[in-house]
Design a protein around this ligand. Structure first.
Ligand code: ATP
Length: 361
């Protein structure tokens, strides 16, 4: 049972920079947790603390109720897969995979058996005698995963394991990770910048910003109900449109906000303590902006991206600090410069207060 319990975890690097502030996080046995967030927000730091590659400044980490905060990496029951693979160039694939078992002085017969098993599950059997330089990027990554799982760790930590691969291979390896997780049933903690990896692999996503956990939840919950602007910006590609607005009043359908160009949008949010004139941010997903002659958003199409089944139109205009991105059906043709008007249903819009916190719905 690999349950990870993190309490008050803090990391101050030697230069005094605090990369992780007093973080609490519970990870269940067998969960696939994906950590996302902007560059420098502390994702790798958190992973390295769990792995034992960094010493925390405060707080504790327990796995299965055992305090591992100050144990050396090899005694934690965790293994880590790195973006750079970190294979030994002079060792064969079989020797690379066997390496952790050799260090642990396991008997030869056991090593041979476990390497064979891992090689079979990762489809590396044909490559066991090769050296890393004679492997493709995807094969190297599979070897580094093999080396990580050969000791049967309770917890597998993965730091952007696919970011060095081309897009086709990334898709294949993404499927591979989903399969591996099902097959091994291990607790996995996975750091990525890739939206598709986060949305498709995670049981729960942890969104981090500025050294803090902003929100933890099932991918679709975070997508539909981001608790803060940081989460809204981190989940979804293209990103949620985040548009400056002010509170205008309350109506039957919710709160009305006014945009810079004077148009008014109704959001199905609770009025709460908001007062007229208060600065807020209106959040709308591109797929929720639908062509509507009475819609609040309009502007010339500055950029039109065709993806096949759907397209994205970027609307410029004096009222928008940034273009507003609307998703259109793939068969809808739009010309550059054409004026498009789109609107959003009250239930599909979100509001964030001046501190970035989501308004209650
Ligand atoms: P990325 O997505 O770019 O990999 P990240 O979210 O993984 O970023 P971390 O690598 O955890 O971020 O770094 C968090 C912060 O801590 C960054 O501002 C980084 O510059 C800083 N940092 C990391 N390692 C050290 C170190 N050894 N000494 C001082 N500061 C560090």
């Amino acid at each position: 049972m690999a349950r990870i319990e993190i309490k008050g975890l803090t990391k101050r690097y030697t230069d005094g920079f605090e990369a992780l502030h007093h973080t609490d996080l519970s990870i269940e046995q067998g969960e696939f947790i994906v950590i996302v967030g902007p560059s420098g927000c502390g994702k790798s730091t958190l992973l390295r603390l769990i792995a034992g590659l960094e010493e925390p400044s405060a707080g504790t980490i327990a796995i299965n109720g055992r305090d591992i905060t100050h144990l050396p990496p090899a005694e934690r029951g965790v293994a880590m897969v790195f973006q750079s693979y970190a294979l030994y160039p002079h060792l064969t694939v079989a020797e690379n995979i066997a390496f952790p078992l050799k260090v642990a002085r396991r008997p030869k017969a056991e090593i041979a058996e476990r390497v064979a098993k891992v090689a079979a599950s990762l489809e590396l059997e044909e490559l066991l005698d090769r050296r890393p330089r004679a492997l493709s990027g995807g094969q190297r990554q599979r070897v580094s995963i093999g080396r990580a799982i050969v000791r049967q760790p309770d917890v597998l930590l993965l730091d952007e394991p696919l970011s060095n691969l081309d897009s086709e291979l990334r898709v294949r390896m993404r499927h591979e990770f989903a399969r591996l997780h099902q097959q091994l049933g291990r607790t996995m903690v996975y750091v990525t910048h890739d939206q598709l990896e986060a949305m498709t692999l995670a049981n729960r996503i942890v969104v981090m910003a500025n050294g803090r956990v902003e929100q933890v939840g099932a991918p679709l919950d975070l997508y539909a109900h981001p608790a803060s602007l940081a989460v809204a910006a981190a989940i979804g590609s293209p990103a949620m449109n985040l548009i400056p607005a002010t509170i205008w009043g309350t109506g039957d359908d919710g709160v009305m906000v006014r945009l810079a160009d004077g148009s008014v949008v109704t959001v199905a949010a609770q009025p709460g303590g908001g007062h007229v004139g208060e600065m807020v941010t209106l959040g709308v997903r591109p797929e929720h902006l639908l062509p509507d002659p009475g819609g609040a958003f309009q502007g010339p199409v500055e950029l039109f991206e065709r993806l096949g089944p759907l397209s994205f139109a970027h609307l410029g205009g004096p009222g928008h600090a940034q273009p507003i991105v609307a998703q259109l059906p793939g068969d809808r043709h739009v010309s550059l410069g054409e004026r498009l008007r789109v609107g959003v249903a009250p239930g599909n819009a979100r509001l964030f207060d001046a501190t970035g916190k989501a308004w209650p719905m």
